[in-house]
Design a protein around this ligand. Structure first.
Ligand code: MG
Length: 353
């Protein structure tokens, strides 16, 4: 068994804007485990503004091969001490499960859940710019087969409302969800969500600050809008709190921010038992991480909602493009190869056993 660690740094086509910052490049660490002639890949890529850990922290833990190799050889799933960052837990846990899945002759998703979906519906994310650009882009993705649009809001609500209203008129059959990324205060959220009620918005993601669970619960109880928690749910305890306060209808889960596959599964079970829906999304990883997130999303076969997996278009160069895996608005999970042949040219080897 051999373990190799690579780093990558690839530019976005357009800088990614998050909480007032502009992120130009996506950087992370790729793990490659060679076991019985099969190559297994995973990824640790903290996203600035979202991950608790920074890239240096993730790299520091990632390159400790002498620690991870015995863990990967164990028969029991890895357990992690508290100082290991979530993205590294995700990467090591994914490698361990992929190795197990391959030994059982199965893809990761089927190994984790024999009744996993073979195709997972995905949403198309649209950033708000000039009206005509938004309409043009919406037209293209709808022609491509996407049935759910996700629109970022939270900057200029009058402008956003006008665009949402037009989109609803142009495309009455398409699902439209919005993501406010914590940008509203409670009063603004109440006013905006009530104004949006006639537009049949699928749900509103994170209308208010992540830790403002009481206001989330208030909005859920006092508007007709379904509320999704995203930034509010990064671990089991936070999921529990949202459920206890009846603060959301949907949990948006980002596996790479949560940690191990067991951590992800634990939250899903909790949500399902409480009657909440789950949406799984990437954290803008490279195609290597996105494939894992897609397989994990396929294990949730009860969700009514499209998942956030179509983020590869943002990259200028990607070691593992997956556009061909997304057909007619659905990620073709069954086409993911168990021992893929990724383009490693732009990756830098930083540690190997
Ligand atoms: Mg979100």
């Amino acid at each position: 068994m051999k373990l190799r660690i690579y780093s990558y740094n690839i530019p976005f086509k357009k800088p990614f804007r998050v909480s007032g910052n502009s992120v130009e490049n996506r950087a992370g660490v790729i793990f490659q485990l060679e076991d019985e002639d099969i190559l297994h890949f995973s990824e640790s890529a903290p996203l600035p503004g979202f991950s608790e850990e920074g890239l240096e922290d993730a790299r520091f833990h990632a390159i400790q091969i002498e620690k991870w190799l015995p863990v990967l050889k164990e028969d029991a799933p890895p357990r992690f001490s508290a100082e290991i960052p979530a993205s590294v837990k995700f990467a090591i846990s994914s490698l361990w499960h992929k190795k197990k899945a391959a030994k059982n002759g199965k893809p990761l998703s089927d190994y984790l859940n024999p009744s996993s979906l073979q195709q997972v519906p995905v949403n198309a994310a649209i950033g708000l710019g000039e009206k005509n650009q938004v309409y043009e882009y919406a037209k293209i993705v709808i022609q491509d087969g996407y049935k759910t649009l996700k629109i970022k809001v939270g900057e200029d609500f009058e402008h956003e409302f006008e665009i949402l209203k037009s989109l609803r008129e142009f495309y009455p059959g398409v699902e439209i969800r919005i993501d406010a990324n914590q940008s509203w205060d409670g009063d603004t959220a109440l006013k905006n969500l009530r104004k949006l009620e006639p537009l049949n918005i699928q749900y509103c993601e994170q209308p208010v600050a992540a830790d403002d669970i009481k206001t989330m619960a208030y909005l859920k109880a006092n508007t007709k809008q379904l509320i999704a928690a995203d930034e509010s749910v990064r671990n089991f305890e936070q999921a529990q709190k949202i459920i206890d306060h009846d603060a959301a209808d949907i949990l948006v889960l980002k596996p790479t921010l949560i940690g191990s596959i067991e951590d992800y599964q634990e939250i899903i079970l909790k949500a399902q038992n409480a009657g909440l829906d789950v949406v799984t999304t990437t954290t803008l990883e490279s195609g290597i991480g996105r494939r894992i997130v897609a397989e994990l999303s396929a294990t949730v076969n009860t969700s009514r909602y499209a998942n956030g997996l179509a983020t590869g278009y943002m990259f200028e160069k990607d070691p593992a493009p997956d556009e061909h895996l997304i057909v007619n608005g659905a990620y073709q999970v069954y086409r993911i190869k168990s021992s893929p042949d990724f383009n490693m040219d732009d990756l830098l080897l930083i540690a190997e056993s």
